[in-house]
Structures are given as structure tokens and as C-alpha cells.
Design a protein around this ligand. Structure first.
Ligand SMILES: *[C@@H]1O[C@H](CO)[C@@H](O)[C@H](O)[C@H]1NC(C)=O
Ligand SMILES: *[C@@H]1O[C@H](CO)[C@@H](O)[C@H](O)[C@H]1NC(C)=O
Ligand SMILES: *[C@@H]1O[C@H](CO)[C@@H](O)[C@H](O)[C@H]1NC(C)=O
Ligand SMILES: *[C@@H]1O[C@H](CO)[C@@H](O)[C@H](O)[C@H]1NC(C)=O
Ligand SMILES: *[C@@H]1O[C@H](CO)[C@@H](O)[C@H](O)[C@H]1NC(C)=O
Ligand SMILES: *[C@@H]1O[C@H](CO)[C@@H](O)[C@H](O)[C@H]1NC(C)=O
Ligand SMILES: *[C@@H]1O[C@H](CO)[C@@H](O)[C@H](O)[C@H]1NC(C)=O
Ligand SMILES: *[C@@H]1O[C@H](CO)[C@@H](O)[C@H](O)[C@H]1NC(C)=O
Ligand SMILES: *[C@@H]1O[C@H](CO)[C@@H](O)[C@H](O)[C@H]1NC(C)=O
Ligand SMILES: *[C@@H]1O[C@H](CO)[C@@H](O)[C@H](O)[C@H]1NC(C)=O
Ligand SMILES: *[C@@H]1O[C@H](CO)[C@@H](O)[C@H](O)[C@H]1NC(C)=O
Ligand SMILES: *[C@@H]1O[C@H](CO)[C@@H](O)[C@H](O)[C@H]1NC(C)=O
Length: 829
């Protein structure tokens, strides 16, 4: 080993950086919100978002199928048990930014299914008592409690995976604070609120056994012994991953070696330093510990870097193996103004397999990076300012270009020419995957891709439908998200015999063609397009499909979606059911597709025939029975009468054209009521100058009585029915009614006037008076009052009904209507 003494004095330049305040990087923090969603929500109906509603109380009318409840950004000071008493399915509760001060202990006694509770960013003066067996994620960060003393009840949180604690008022950690967590195997503890701790009782964190990951949000300056104690305790928890946020404040001068303990922490694998000022002098001391430690992965996220040593950080003698194989710089703010550099020797990291350099403002890739990292398998240069000429800098004459590189990400840079890049890729002999998303790529000519390149992401570049012609037939995975594609054809995809993964998210594709045949395809993303339905035929061409993402499309809820909703295997869908909703028809817009009930009967032609035959037979049988049972004879009689009436049609319409009505009203009544008709009705109306056709009196002798009735009805402006029990029982009256009501329907509804002599319950009417029943139900009728004063009103109303507004208009209407009479039977049934 000693023989292998390295003397590396050579200074390697790892990049020339333009001064930039550009800090864009993906937050390394766990995106727990979305995890919580997946953990909890099975249907859109179970989601209630009541954030930003100015609520001062939790609404009490929450439905008991609520699974997800977001009450953040309201003014809820206290949580009371009542609104939660029925929420037995509540799984996700978020009440942040509400000024919450108090939580009644009974709140959670009924919400037994709660898995995610986020009550961060409130004013809680104590850590509340919680005894939720299924709780997995608990966020109590940014409250006002003064101590981290956990209540005893926390020992019941046996399922807890992630716990976030932090309060600007809690300045010290006491020996017994975390005792209740002793027997809980926590995945991730996030502790602190970013401020300087006054005191840490050695041994307190060591109580937590089997911690996987720890994020510490606290500052240590001048109290580095406290920090070292903390590392000793974390070593005892056997934590594998450590994240220190804001560990040194900007003004802090770090002279000692606070990370010395890293050398003897055998369990630690990953270390992240975040939101911290780092000087090159500190970096050198720090990394010397890292080289000796068992760390595999180190990351610097959002750091301000200041070179306060003349030649950056150097490691002149390394006579041992370094375990580190992954290094990340994500978001680097350079303190110096003029062309800042990071100078470091590469030999220590020559065995790296993963390097990420993003959010650094780099515009030229240093030549030495290309050959000094012979083991590098993944190079992530996302989010810099690289162009073709910056990445392939003309002064570099590398003998071999990343000899082991398999994955290269150039996402979010300034690359333009796809043909140039495709040719340059031949230099990287082992490259399998290339990410060119979020650039300004254009299709500028023939592309020649190396055969070993199997995966290409050129999403978020505007390319259009012709893009397929510029890709390699060796591609197995292609990401064309948001590239302006409007249609995919079988011809496009037939060029890729090995295609297994295709992403077409966020385009404007309207259909998955039914002739599409991609036998190798395992995964297809067509979400956020304009697809209205997914057909059985289209899916039949992809027999190997294991995952499909097709949500956020404007689905049509009709028979077209029937197969997809009822038959398609939903376990293939990554985003079912949350992202699938009906868009059309408008009446169903917004309905979750999973709630859309299609009817197989309506959508399957062969079923329709199969069902229709027996149904028709049944209907015919029933109709036959009905005919026999239910006055079929009566209706037939009516039909015959109707035919007679039709024959009289011409004569009648001529009469109507030239002649005015003979009578104001035809009075239809039962003999039994003739007393009232003669003494009251006729007397009163004829006394007022109305002419009436009263049967018996005005019927033409010798004519068939039905002809008489028809004549009378048709030469009268209105037909008055004197309704009584006798009327209903009288057969003749039935006939009269029959014609009159027919005329009323086909000519003008208000030609009928009903006078109710005595109450007749609608239901007591025989079934065949269907029309009378419904007319009685809807039409207002005049009730004959016993009270004499009311009778005055009765007569006045009746007379006003009989006044003809304009005879000629009425005549014309009548004539027109009779000429296209409604068929008798349809009217009646
Ligand atoms: C809790 O809510 C806050 C505010 O929305 C959010 O920043 C935080 O990530 C949430 N915590 C968890 C664990 O999801
Ligand atoms: C809440 O109150 C603010 C200010 O009074 C108002 O602008 C806002 O529209 C209110 N929001 C709701 C959802 O009522
Ligand atoms: C929700 O309440 C309804 C009645 O309001 C009841 O029928 C149903 O069983 C309840 N569901 C649950 C899960 O408690
Ligand atoms: C809870 O459900 C019961 C019936 O299931 C109902 O009577 C009661 O009003 C509900 N309480 C709340 C707070 O909704
Ligand atoms: C833990 O839960 C059990 C039963 O679920 C209960 O009896 C006990 O009081 C709880 N412990 C604490 C400290 O709340
Ligand atoms: C943890 O478990 C041990 C034995 O299994 C027990 O003695 C101890 O009281 C438990 N501690 C807590 C806080 O539950
Ligand atoms: C970490 O724990 C191991 C044994 O588990 C021990 O050998 C080592 O000295 C500890 N390191 C520190 C810094 O406490
Ligand atoms: C970094 O160096 C500057 C002087 O160049 C000093 O003022 C600052 O306190 C140092 N910061 C740290 C974190 O060491
Ligand atoms: C980056 O770190 C600085 C402190 O060094 C902090 O003020 C800033 O908010 C951080 N930025 C983000 C996006 O976290
Ligand atoms: C630790 O780093 C490795 C890469 O070396 C990574 O795959 C893994 O996810 C990291 N673990 C955690 C807990 O961050
Ligand atoms: C490695 O070099 C250091 C001096 O830099 C020396 O102290 C140490 O003994 C050497 N270790 C081995 C194994 O040679
Ligand atoms: C790199 O790996 C080789 C073989 O695995 C090993 O001999 C060498 O010491 C390693 N170099 C460093 C700097 O760790």
C-alpha cells in the first residue's frame, strides 16, 4: 500500500464559473406531501381541500368518507373533537399556518385511521399528546413549544416513520426528551428550526435506536464540542444518512475540526451539507475526514463557496482507499465576483462513479474532468449554462472520453443542435442514456446515434411530429414529453423494434391509433394530452404493457369509455383513479371516471339484440294481456269513432274557416247533476249573455248521439265539465270527455274548463281516465263553493274564462290543429 504513494501536486481546475446568483436546484428534502397522498387517498371524493378559506372553525358537516383534509392557511386556533367524531376514514390531516394553539386530546380518539398529521407552522405552546397507532408521518415543525420533551403518549406511535420537530423557542435538548421514542424504529427524524442551540445534553439522541436518517436544522458556532457530542450520539443510533442544514452561520469562523468524529462512524453512508457557507480552508479539513470515513455519498446543497486559500483544497498524500463513490454539488453560490473557480485535486475522487454538478453556472466543462474520472458512470450536469462549444471545449484533446460513463444528463442547459450531439455521442463508448430535456434543441439535420445508446430524453424542447425520424432504431426508452407532438402513427413507432418505454406526457395527442402495434412496449405515458378515450383495439397492439399513465386527459363519458372503465386492468395505471375525470358530456364534467357507470346493455350491440328479442316478446304478451284486461274494447271503440270523425275532417275545417263558434261553451254533465246545471249554471251564464250547448236540449234529434256530441264540442269555444262522482260513472260523459280532451291536447289546452261540484280524489278515478287524472292534477279547476259570497267569485271567474279574446285568431288555430290531428292511440297511452 505504501508503495502506492501518490504525489499529486497538480492543480486541477474543475470548472470555470460565470458569476451568477442563479440558484435553482431540486430540493433534497423528502416530498412527504405526495407520499402522504399516495398513502391515504383512494378516491377523489375522499379529498377535501379547505385551505385559504378564512375559516375560524373546522366545519362540522364533513362527510364521513373524508380521507384527506387540508385546512391550512385559515384562522383555526383550536381543534375541537366534535367535527372529527365521524371521520373514521380520515388518513391525512393538514392544519398548517392557522395560528393553532390548542388541540383537544379527544380530537384524535375517533380518527383511528390517521397516517399523516401535519400541524407545522402554528403557535402550539406544547407538543400535543397523540396516541395514534397508525400514524406514519408527523410534522410538528415551526411551532412555539419551549422544549423538545415528547409526551409519554408518543411511545404508542409504533408505526411512526417520519417525525419533524422544531421550534425557535426550544433552545436546548434535555437528556430525557426523546425517551418515548426508545422502542420506535424511526426512518427519519428532522430536528430543529435553524437556530443556534444553547445546550445539548449528551446522550439524549442516543436513546433513539435504529434511526435511518437524521436531518439537523441547527447552528453551531463556538460550540463545536456540542456538535461533536451530537455526532457521538448519532453514531449510537446507527444512523446511515445525515443531513446538516445551516450548520454554520455566515459569520462563523470555523477553526477547529468539528467533523473529526466522521472518521470513526462506521454506519454513516450519506452526508448532506445544506444552506451553509463553506470556505475552501474548511473544505480541506472537512474532506480529509470524509476520505477516511466510510461515507459513500456526499452532497453540498445550496452552499455559498468562498476560496480563502490560495489554491483551493488539495490532498497531496493519499495512501489509503477512499470509500466515497458519489459526490453532489447542487446549487453553488460563489462568494467572489471575478471568475470564481473551485480548485481541487481529482486523485482523491478518481474512483467516483457518480458526480452531479448542477446549479453552479458552469459554462465550460474542464478538460480534465473528461479523463480524470475513469470510473464515472453517471454525470449529471443539470441546470448549468453549457452549450455545445462549452461542453466540447475546443482546447480539450482527451484521449478517452468518460470511458465508463453510462448516464449523462445535460438537462436544463443551452444545447441546440441534435445532429451535432448525436455525432459527438460516438466518443462515449459506453453511454446508454442521455438526457437533453429542457434545452433549446432543434431538428437541424440527419442524426447519427451510436448503437449502444438506448435511452434518450429530449422532453421540453419544441420538436413537433417529425421528431421520430431523427431518433435511433436502437432506442429502448424515449421521453418526448412536452415536445409539441399532435399525433403518433404506427409508421412513426414501427422504426423502434426494441422500444420498451415511451413517454409522451404533455403533448396534444388526440387518439392512440387503433392500428398501433408495439409488441415490445412495457410502459407508456400519454397523460396530459387531449385523448378522449382509450380503446380496446389500441391496447391490443401492446400486449406486454405493464404501466400506463393516461390521466389528466379530457375523457368523454360515453360508450367510447366503456371498455376502459369496465374491463381495462387498472393495476397497470400509475395514476388511477385520481387523475381520471370526465370532460364531456357537460352534465358529467368533473365526475371521476371511476364513478362513471356505463351500461353494458347500452354499449354492446350484440347484447342489445340478445336482450331486445325476449323483451319484445314480453312486451307483446303484456300488451295483449293489458288489452284484454284493461278496457281494450273501450279503446277500440274509440278508435272506430275516431275514424268516423276523420272522415268528417274536410267538411269541418271548411265550417271552421267560414263560420264562427255557435256556442261559448258546451256543457258536459251527468243526469244526476242536471238540477244544479239547470238551476245554477245555465241560468247564470245565459243570463249573462253566453250561448251554451246543453245536451238533450240542443242535440239534433235523429242524429247518432256521438255525432251530436262531436258537433257540439267543435262548435263551442270551451267545453265545461261538471265533475262529480256521477259524471265519472256515466259512460256518455266518458265519451264526451274523450273527444274534448283530444281537442284540448291537439288544439289548445285551455279549451277545457273543469267545475268540481264535489271533491273527487284523483286516485279514485278509473285507470282508463289517465288523461282526466293528469289534467285534474295539473290544471286548475273551479271548485263550486257552498259559501254564497264565494259563489260570486266563482261566477266571475267562469265568465271571464268564456269571454273570447279574439275569435278569428282562435278559429285559425283550431282549423290548423285539426288538419294535422294527433293520432288517437298515442294520445291516449
Ligand atoms: C407540512 O406542511 C408544510 C406547509 O405546507 C410543508 O412545507 C411540509 O413539507 C409539510 N410536512 C410534511 C411532512 O409533509
Ligand atoms: C379571506 O379574506 C380576505 C381578506 O379579508 C379576502 O380577500 C379573501 O377573498 C377571503 N377568502 C375567502 C376564500 O373568503
Ligand atoms: C357514513 O354515514 C352514512 C350515513 O350518513 C352511513 O350509512 C355510512 O355507513 C357511514 N360510513 C362510514 C364509513 O361510517
Ligand atoms: C355523526 O353521524 C351520526 C349518524 O351517523 C349523526 O347523527 C351525527 O350528527 C354525526 N355527527 C357529526 C358531527 O357529523
Ligand atoms: C397507549 O395506548 C394504550 C392503549 O391503546 C393506552 O392504554 C395507554 O394509556 C397509551 N399510553 C399512553 C402513554 O398514552
Ligand atoms: C422499550 O422496551 C423495553 C423492553 O422491550 C422496555 O423495558 C421499555 O420500557 C420500553 N420503553 C418504552 C419507552 O416503551
Ligand atoms: C461509533 O460506534 C462504534 C461502535 O459501534 C465505535 O467503535 C466508534 O468509536 C464510535 N464512534 C464515535 C465517534 O463515537
Ligand atoms: C470563511 O472565510 C472568511 C474570510 O475569508 C471568514 O470571514 C468567514 O468567517 C469564514 N467562514 C467560515 C464558515 O469558515
Ligand atoms: C440557501 O441558503 C441560504 C443560507 O446560506 C438561505 O438563506 C437560503 O434561503 C437558501 N435557499 C434555499 C432555496 O433554501
Ligand atoms: C445514499 O446515497 C446513495 C448513493 O450513494 C443513494 O442511492 C441513497 O439513496 C442515499 N440514501 C439516502 C438515505 O439518502
Ligand atoms: C499515510 O500517510 C500519513 C501521512 O500523510 C501517515 O501518517 C500514515 O501513516 C500513512 N498510512 C499508511 C498506511 O501508510
Ligand atoms: C480506487 O479503486 C482501486 C481499486 O478498487 C483502489 O486500489 C484504489 O486505492 C482506489 N483509489 C482511491 C483513491 O480510493
Amino acid at each position: 500500500m505504501a508503495a502506492q504513494s501518490f504525489r499529486m501536486s497538480e492543480i486541477l481546475l474543475i470548472g470555470t464559473f460565470v458569476v451568477t446568483s442563479l440558484i435553482r436546484f431540486d430540493c433534497a428534502a423528502v416530498k412527504v406531501d405526495s407520499d402522504g397522498l399516495k398513502l391515504c387517498v383512494t378516491s377523489r371524493r375522499g379529498m377535501k381541500d379547505l385551505s385559504y378559506q378564512n375559516l375560524t372553525n373546522v366545519p362540522s358537516d364533513l362527510s364521513n368518507d373524508t380521507q384527506y383534509l387540508d385546512l391550512s392557511y385559515n384562522f383555526i386556533r383550536r381543534l375541537n373533537p366534535a367535527p372529527f367524531s365521524n371521520l373514521s376514514q380520515l388518513c391525512f390531516l393538514k392544519v398548517t399556518h392557522c395560528g393553532l394553539q390548542d388541540i383537544s386530546p379527544a380530537v384524535f380518539s375517533h380518527t383511528v385511521a390517521l397516517k399523516v398529521l401535519n400541524i407545522s407552522n402554528n403557535d402550539l405552546p406544547f407538543i400535543p399528546d397523540l396516541s395514534l397507532k397508525h400514524l406514519k408521518i408527523l410534522d410538528l415543525a415551526n411551532n412555539l413549544y419551549t422544549s423538545y420533551q415528547l409526551p409519554k403518549s408518543f411511545q404508542n406511535l409504533t408505526d411512526l416513520d417520519i417525525l419533524l420537530l422544531g421550534s425557535p423557542s426550544a433552545l436546548s435538548v434535555k437528556f430525557n426528551d426523546f425517551d418515548p421514542l426508545a422502542n420506535i424504529s424511526l426512518q427519519h427524524l428532522v430536528l430543529g428550526s435553524g437556530i443556534h442551540w444553547k445546550n445539548y445534553d449528551s446522550g439524549s439522541l442516543a436513546k433513539i435506536k435504529s434511526l435511518q436518517k437524521m436531518s439537523l436544522l441547527a447552528s453551531f458556532c463556538g460550540t463545536f464540542e456540542m456538535f461533536e457530542d451530537l455526532l457521538v450520539d448519532l453514531n449510537a443510533t446507527q444512523v446511515k444518512s445525515l443531513r446538516f442544514v445551516t450548520v454554520f452561520p455566515d459569520s462563523c469562523r470555523v477553526r477547529s475540526d468539528p467533523f473529526r468524529n466522521l472518521r470513526t462512524m462506521p454506519f454513516i453512508m450519506n452526508l448532506t451539507i445544506e444552506n451553509t457557507w463553506i470556505n475552501s480552508s474548511f473544505m480541506e479539513v472537512f474532506l480529509k475526514n470524509v476520505w477516511i470515513s466510510p461515507l459513500h455519498d456526499i452532497a453540498f446543497v445550496n452552499i455559498t463557496y468562498n476560496e480563502d486559500t490560495p489554491d483551493g483544497f488539495q490532498f497531496h498524500t493519499i495512501n489509503h482507499t477512499i470509500n466515497l463513490n458519489s459526490m453532489t454539488f447542487n446549487g453553488i453560490n460563489h462568494y467572489q465576483y471575478k471568475y470564481p473557480k473551485i480548485n481541487m485535486s481529482f486523485e482523491a475522487i478518481s474512483n467516483l462513479t457518480y458526480l452531479k454538478f448542477s446549479g453552479t453556472g458552469m459554462n465550460i466543462l474542464p478538460c480534465r474532468v473528461i479523463s480524470a474520472l475513469p470510473s464515472l458512470e453517471t454525470l449529471d450536469l443539470t441546470d448549468n449554462l453549457l452549450t455545445e462549444s462549452g461542453f466540447w471545449w475546443f482546447q480539450c484533446q482527451p484521449t478517452s472520453v468518460f470511458p465508463k460513463l453510462r448516464q449523462l444528463s445535460l438537462s436544463n442547459n443551452r444545447f441546440k443542435s441534435l445532429s451535432f450531439i448525436s455525432i459527438k455521442m460516438h466518443e462515449m463508448k459506453t453511454l446508454e442514456s442521455l438526457d437533453l430535456s429542457f434545452n433549446s434543441i432543434s431538428l437541424d439535420g440527419y442524426c447519427s446515434w451510436p448503437a449502444q445508446l438506448k435511452e434518450l430524453n429530449i422532453g421540453n424542447n419544441y420538436l413537433g411530429n417529425s421528431v421520430f425520424q431523427y431518433l435511433s432504431s436502437n432506442f429502448e426508452r424515449i421521453d418526448l414529453s412536452k415536445t409539441g407532438i399532435t399525433a403518433v402513427t404506427q409508421k412513426d413507432l414501427s422504426q423502434f423494434p426494441k422500444l420498451t418505454h415511451l413517454q409522451l406526457t404533455s403533448n396534444s395527442i388526440q387518439v392512440i391509433p387503433s392500428d398501433l402495434t408495439v409488441p415490445t412496449l412495457q410502459s407508456l405515458y400519454v397523460d396530459q394530452n387531449t385523448i378522449t378515450s382509450i380503446s380496446r383495439e389500441a391496447m391490443a397492439g401492446m400486449p406486454r404493457l405493464q404501466t400506463l399513465k393516461a390521466g389528466s386527459n379530457p375523457f368523454v363519458c360515453s360508450c367510447d369509455s366503456d371498455w376502459f372503465v369496465t374491463t381495462f386492468n387498472k393495476s397497470l395505471l400509475l395514476d388511477w383513479p385520481l387523475d381520471y375525470t370526465c370532460n364531456t358530456p357537460p352534465s358529467l364534467a368533473g365526475l371521476p371516471l371511476s364513478d362513471y357507470k356505463t351500461s353494458e346493455l347500452l354499449c354492446e350491440a350484440w347484447l342489445q339484440v340478445a336482450v331486445a328479442l325476449p323483451v319484445m316478446t314480453a312486451i307483446c304478451t303484456v300488451m295483449g294481456l293489458v288489452f284484454l284486461k284493461c278496457d281494450g274494447v273501450w279503446y277500440t271503440k274509440m278508435l272506430w269513432v275516431w275514424i268516423r270523425m276523420k272522415r268528417r275532417g274536410k267538411k269541418r275545417s271548411n265550417m271552421l274557416k267560414n263560420v264562427s263558434f255557435n256556442y261559448h261553451a258546451f256543457i258536459s254533465y251527468s243526469h244526476q247533476d242536471s238540477d244544479w246545471v239547470d238551476s245554477q249554471l245555465v241560468l247564470s251564464l245565459e243570463g249573462a249573455g253566453f250561448s251554451l250547448c246543453v245536451h238533450e236540449r240542443d242535440f239534433v234529434p235523429g242524429e247518432w248521439i256521438i255525432d251530436n256530441i262531436i258537433n257540439c264540442v267543435e262548435s263551442s269555444y270551451k267545453t265545461l265539465f261538471v265533475l262529480s262522482k256521477h259524471f265519472v260513472q256515466s259512460e256518455w260523459c266518458n265519451y264526451e270527455l274523450f273527444f274534448a280532451q283530444h281537442r284540448a291536447v291537439s288544439v289548445q289546452r285551455d279549451s277545457l274548463v273543469f267545475i268540481l261540484l264535489e271533491p273527487i280524489p284523483t286516485d279514485s278515478l278509473p285507470k282508463k281516465f289517465l288523461k282526466l287524472r293528469s289534467l285534474l292534477r295539473e290544471q286548475t279547476y273551479l271548485e263550486w263553493p257552498r259559501d254564497e259570497r264565494k259563489q260570486q267569485v266563482f261566477w266571475a271567474s267562469l265568465k271571464s274564462m268564456l269571454h273570447m279574446a279574439d275569435k278569428s285568431v282562435i278559429l285559425k288555430d283550431v282549423a290548423l290543429a285539426i288538419s294535422d290531428t294527433v293520432p288517437l292511440l298515442t294520445d291516449q297511452v
